[in-house]
Design a protein around this ligand. Structure first.
Ligand SMILES: C[S@@+](CC[C@H](N)C(=O)[O-])C[C@H]1O[C@@H](n2cnc3c(N)ncnc32)[C@H](O)[C@@H]1O
Length: 352
């Protein structure tokens, strides 16, 4: 049984209602693309959705059927029985925690997430993040890179239809319009970098105004989609904090469309982008806005929201002059608008 629909999901966004695990496509590409030293992925079992024990799998299938019927207590009970037969099945444990959450057993769910997080150094299923989203641990400064990569690998095929067509995703258009607004002349960049380029939606906007356009992303699946569009001069699998290494001071534009929502503490990101940009270069990005947040907050959607006033302070500390902040609806989620800020800052001549 593949887990296609999570009961009681907190969000329309597949990011928040994923089934952890990797697609065959991502596994194939991983073999072909060398991993950056930044990430250290554990070997992936053939089908992480199955325990390997036929009896345990049968119990797990019954658990899924109960969950579908929204009897989460029975689902948790059956999944516990499955795990008694296959105690090393990590994804089964994640399902148990999610059933417990749905059944209202928050503390018990937290205990299971904590066990999974403790047993997996690179936490590819984001158990630590879920623990924090339950309010049982402090929000981490960033989600585990392996978790982000795995989820967007799974999401890559349906990303554009899901996000643009169903959820009214508008960030690339908003970011491009805001960049055009701060520029004195028609937009033109010599060398631009698209951080978290995904399938290339921001690249589609930037390409006509860039001599050279580079993209980076953690997800091989998303990069494959971007590559097929032939928009970028280079595409690299790496983390935002490893982007542009060896090319410091050479970019006149760095964009991050709906990427910093997957990072909590943005101070290291701002400091890194400041080293990449030439003096006067522009940094354009979006965040989900929460004016009440003390810096950043992790939402039940498992995305982060930031306080724009605090971001302005962090930008100045990192050597930027904030130029423009515009509030906008970034997309919809569960029928509700997701409100955010589009921010453009200019790199000052001297870094702090
Ligand atoms: C919602 S998508 C947005 C993609 C694209 N910028 C767009 O506007 O369509 C977020 C992307 O950011 C990437 N991402 C998230 N955290 C990242 C990180 N720390 N380093 C590099 N890429 C990251 C994800 O893999 C995903 O492709």
């Amino acid at each position: 049984m593949r887990w296609l629909e999570e009961p009681g999901a907190v969000s329309d966004d597949p990011w928040a209602r994923h089934r952890p695990g990797e697609t065959a496509c991502a596994r194939r590409s991983r073999a072909a693309i060398s991993l950056s030293p930044f990430r250290n992925r554990s070997p992936v079992p053939l089908d992480p959705h199955r325990s390997g024990d036929p009896l345990a799998d049968r119990r797990a299938d019954y658990a899924e059927a109960y969950a579908k019927a929204r009897d989460f207590a029975a689902a948790a009970d059956l999944m516990r029985q499955a795990l008694a037969l296959a105690p090393g099945w990590t994804l089964g444990r994640m399902r148990l925690a999610s059933f417990l959450e749905e059944a209202g057993a928050r503390e018990e769910a937290g205990t299971v997430y904590a066990q999974v997080a403790a047993g997996n150094a690179d936490d590819p299923y984001g158990a630590g993040l879920k623990l924090a989203a339950l309010g049982l641990a402090q929000a981490p400064a960033a989600p585990p890179p392996a978790f982000v990569a795995g989820l967007f690998d799974q999401y890559a095929n349906g990303f554009e239809t899901q996000l643009v067509e169903r959820l009214g995703y508008r960030v690339p258009d908003l970011l491009f319009a805001t960049l055009a607004e701060v520029a004195d002349e028609p937009l033109h960049f010599v060398r631009a970098l698209d951080l978290g380029c995904g399938t290339g939606l921001m690249g589609e906007r930037l390409r006509p105004v860039c001599d050279r356009l580079e993209g980076i992303d953690l997800s091989v699946g998303m990069l494959e989609k971007a590559r097929s569009k032939r928009l970028y001069d280079t595409l690299t699998e790496c983390d935002v904090l490893a982007a542009g290494k060896g090319h410091e001071g050479s970019y006149d534009c760095v964009a991050a469309a709906d990427v910093l929502t997957y990072l909590g503490d943005l101070a290291p990101v701002f400091a890194h982008v400041a080293t990449l940009l030439a003096p006067g270069g522009l940094f354009a990005f979006s965040v989900e806005a929460d004016d009440e947040a003390a810096g950043f907050t992790l939402r039940p959607s498992l995305r982060y929201a930031h306080a724009p006033a605090e971001l302005a302070r962090l930008l100045m500390l990192a050597g930027f002059e904030p130029l423009l902040e515009q509030r906008a609806e970034l997309r919809r989620d569960r029928g509700e608008p997701v409100l955010g800020a589009i921010i453009v800052a200019r790199r000052l001549s001297h870094l702090a």
